[in-house]
Write a protein that binds this ligand. Structure first.
Ligand code: FAD
Ligand code: PHB
Length: 389
């Protein structure tokens, strides 16, 4: 088979890229190692920046997002028992949308099916070749049969554990990493959210987050140890620990119920540079990871795809490669800003026992500054709603 662009991975970055290329008349295939049901079953991010919503509009898949997504003008921080609202709209002029990654994925998959675009699910043993020359090639197995796809470009949208980044010669790539000494235990439950807006909690016992997917479905997280196992956390134990970290007003309004999903995610900051290797272009988690505290992972995938789709469209429409040459630099500038913000939010709100009482005092002073300085609060808000593309 021959296509113009072979996209590896049908997460948000691969699907969004596929849709934007389809609308531009560029022929692409998506190869995904998992089944469609598996991809749709993964519970991940929930907050979209305004720029990402605009990307969904450009991709002509924003109908349900506008009908069902919840616009949030602010969020709260509960620090040492004291609540403070960050007025995102008042401080930055922008909002964020609560709309689950699962729904983003579902909308993009539906558009792909409607367009009759090619996707191969359960593609095994995907391997990429020849991207340093002019004739890249992708091999995969499906139902025991070997297949080959010839293409002009390979888009590595296959996430942190994918095959594309490890296929780059080690000398050509530089990695930067910070692994945090804790994880997040997340619970999804069909109960109304504790509050209209998200609450980020910094407590002596550790971080917690009250989020949501809709007016009837809540998503809660608590900071946990890296040794913790999901099986050892009953629903009751989770709710009890969450209550310990909330204020009395939160506890009074919290509705508990059986979990419909429960998982532990480790926290990591990671960037691999550059993002282009000849005719291989990495996007999304394939090239960078942020701790979820800043709600940036999914949104960064969208900004990468903005730059990548622009570059490929320029190439096919004009024959010029100006944007392809600028791809890595433009993405990385925004990525490093989001890395900094996610690292800062993580440091501000989590319990780091190894930092002792001095570390806790530094967090309190930082929070006090955000609380009393409009400049500090504006910096937080500008980053949370997303820096411009
Ligand atoms: P992915 O969504 O990882 O998609 C990559 C796709 O490639 C997958 O479908 C995978 O199956 C496929 N693939 C992998 N290897 C191969 C291969 N060899 N061949 C073919 N296909 C392959 N962000 C937030 O903002 N908030 C959160 O709360 C949050 N929670 C998260 C929880 C977890 C457990 C994880 C892993 C991430 C979380 N994130 C969160 C980050 C956010 O979900 C990601 O940034 C986002 O999914 C990135 O999209 P992507 O398309 O680049 O990668
Ligand atoms: C979520 O709803 O899953 C969520 C929201 C905000 C974050 C992280 C995760 O910062």
């Amino acid at each position: 088979m021959r296509v113009q662009v072979a996209i590896i991975g049908s997460g948000p970055s691969g699907l969004l890229l596929g849709q934007l290329l389809h609308l531009a008349g560029i022929d692409a295939i998506i190869l995904e190692q998992r089944s469609q049901e598996y991809v749709l079953g993964r519970i991940r991010a929930g907050v979209l920046e305004q720029c990402m919503v605009e990307m969904m509009e450009r991709a002509q898949v924003a109908g349900r997002l506008h009908a069902e997504g919840l616009v949030h003008h602010g969020f709260e921080i509960l620090f040492g028992g004291k609540r403070h609202r960050i007025d995102l709209h008042g401080l930055s002029g922008k909002d964020v949308w609560v709309y689950g990654q699962t729904e983003v994925t579902r909308d993009l998959m539906a558009a792909r099916t409607a367009a009759g675009a090619k996707t191969v699910y359960e593609a095994e043993n995907v391997s990429i070749h020849g991207f340093e020359g002019t004739k890249p090639l992708v091999r995969y197995t499906k139902d025991g049969k070997q297949h080959e796809v010839e293409c002009d470009f390979i888009a590595g949208c296959d996430g942190f554990h994918g095959v594309c980044r490890p296929s780059v010669p080690p000398g050509a790539i530089t990695e930067h990493e910070r692994v945090y000494p804790f994880g997040w235990l997340g619970v999804l439950a069909d109960v109304p959210p504790v509050s209209e807006e998200l609450i980020y909690v910094s407590h002596e016992r550790g971080f917690a987050l009250c989020s949501m997917r809709s007016r009837t479905r809540s998503r809660y997280y608590i900071q946990c140890s890296l040794e913790d196992q999901v099986e050892n956390w009953s629903d009751d134990a989770f709710w009890e620990e969450l209550k310990r970290r909330l204020d009395p007003a939160g506890v009074a309004r919290l509705v508990t119920g059986p979990s419909i999903e429960k998982s532990i995610a480790p926290l990591r900051s990671y960037v691999a540079e550059p993002m282009r290797f000849g005719r291989l272009l990495l996007a999304g988690d394939a090239s960078h990871i942020v701790p979820p505290t800043g709600a940036k992972g999914l949104n960064l995938a969208a900004s990468d795809v903005h730059y990548l789709s622009t570059a490929l469209i320029e190439h096919y429409r004009t024959g010029r490669n100006t944007e392809l040459d600028a791809y890595s630099g433009k993405c990385l500038r925004r990525i490093w800003q989001a890395e900094r913000f996610s690292w800062w939010m993580t440091n501000l709100l989590h319990l780091f026992p190894e930092n002792g009482s001095f570390g806790r005092k530094m967090q309190a002073a930082e929070f006090d500054y955000v609380l009393t300085s409009r400049a500090a609060a504006t910096a937080l808000a500008e980053n949370y709603v997303g820096l411009p593309y």
